[in-house]
Design a protein around this ligand. Sequence first.
Ligand SMILES: [Cu+2]
Length: 241
Amino acid sequence: MQNNTRHFAVIGVLVVIFTFVVYWVLDGVLQFPMPASLQAASIDTMIQGHLWLIAFLFSLVIVFMVYALFLFRRRPGDESEGEYFHGNTTLEILWTVVPMVLIIGFGYWATVDLAALTKRQDNEVIVNAEGFQWGWNFSLPNSDLVTQELVLPVGSAIRMDMTSKDVLHNFWVPEFRVKQDIVPGRTTYLRFTPTVEGEYTLICSELCGLNHTGMIATVRVVPPEEFAAFWDQDVQTASSK
Ligand SMILES: [Cu+2]
């Protein structure tokens, strides 16, 4: 028993060290683009939480396994049978209750975050997006103008009202983190607030046919005055045709 306590103490320390190492590797490999929306922070925090959990569970399994493989391997000349034991109620309760608590906890966290991310905001700017094989059309609700480039005002809450001409598509700007499927026959919505001016790429994130990978559009996040000017000017141009 004394011996077991020492084994568990060593394993415990190794698991902690290995957890930090695996997290460090995962965090280094999974480099996300710069966050550029109000919603990005909560999603990034959740991803970090998952990385810690993944690192811990991976370490727990691997450290126990490798430790046992090395320390309790059969020595030369040892022909004895292993000790027979049947079941361990404490262990079984532990490995049922702990994952259950973790899953419920993470589920609760995700539900709260999702509710906050999809909540109606004050003074939302509504922009229509239409996906098709293989491109995008954007317009404002009261404008005839249709553009292939998505211009958005920085700092404003945006609601994308999205439809599809043909098959499933998905609106995804990695820097904004949020994404939403676009479904033929109905309108789906996506809310986000761009926080950093600049140029981004909108990517269709739902396999939609031969040129799916080419279904991209430029997203420009500009000062509110420039946004207003862009649409006003172009609306006039469009209606004067
Ligand atoms: Cu698509």
